[in-house]
Design a protein around this ligand. Structure first.
Ligand SMILES: [Zn+2]
Length: 258
């Protein structure tokens, strides 16, 4: 989830962490992870070329990390993560920027390909067409999986935000994602398409391939912590999953779903 104030403005403070922990506690969620968007941090400016990213890198990575590390020190059940936009030609730079911090996990996400938007604006789908958009997305997501930069991949069928779902070779996609995990996220239920990420066919194929999962509500405000988590768990179970991956210092372990 993203560390924000209740009005969704950036608030990378221990007080902000505490607001999320209070909601988690009230909803019976025993541990939460923060994964702010990587492009909000000035240290990452050199990775970006799109105006969307460049306009946003205005905060200090250290401030964000320190808030969560301090919350942990005070005994709050939180994990330090980051949602990292994968830039295929900047793997080494990405690795170097992130290396100094004590991450519990890193999410790899793709929101733009060659400067064309996938979720905030429909430019990838409108400029290359639906089928090519899906193909480019999975080609790039496969590279993200193989990069070794990430522990899990965020919303791994995001193209459905603007591109219709078409028949696809899901077992082949699952094979590409071998070696990394996929995020099962309830956030899509609140998007216009109203669907969980990823689709059932991809999730079943991932399970058949032995690809593990993480769970996400992708909350951008404290009041959405754990929102529709039961739906995400049901979705994972229906695909055959019985466990979910949790992390400590980037070391994964499986816990029983539920
Ligand atoms: Zn995302």
């Amino acid at each position: 989830m993203h560390l924000r104030a209740p009005d969704e403005s950036i608030d990378h403070s221990v007080d902000a962490v505490e607001r999320y922990v209070e909601v988690a506690h009230a909803r019976g969620v025993d541990e939460i992870g923060f994964s702010e968007h990587v492009y909000y941090f000035e240290e990452t400016r050199g990775l970006w070329t799109t105006p969307y990213h460049l306009e946003r890198c205005r905060y200090r990575l250290e401030t964000y990390v320190d808030a969560i590390v301090e919350a942990k020190r005070r005994g709050m059940p939180v994990k330090l993560g980051l949602e990292v936009d994968y830039e295929p030609d900047k793997e080494e730079e990405t690795r170097d920027i992130l290396a100094p911090y004590p991450w519990d996990y890193l999410i790899g996400s793709i929101h733009f390909i060659d400067g064309r938007g996938i979720d905030g604006e429909p430019s990838l789908v409108s400029e290359v067409g639906v089928e090519a958009a899906w193909a480019r997305y999975y080609e790039t997501l496969g590279r993200a999986a193989r990069s070794g930069l990430f522990d899990t991949l965020g919303h791994p069928d995001l193209v459905k935000m603007f591109g219709s779902e078409i028949p696809w070779d899901w077992p082949a996609v699952a094979e590409e994602l071998d070696g990394v995990r996929v995020e099962v996220s309830s956030a899509g239920l609140h998007k216009p398409h109203g669907k969980l990420y990823p689709n059932a066919a991809l999730l079943s194929a991932a399970n058949a391939r032995g690809v593990e999962i993480t769970l996400a509500s992708d909350a951008h405000v404290p009041q959405n912590v754990g929102r529709d988590l039961a739906s995400a768990i049901d979705h994972a179970r229906a695909a055959g999953y019985e466990t979910v991956t949790v992390f400590e210092g980037r070391m994964p372990r499986q816990e029983v779903l539920g």
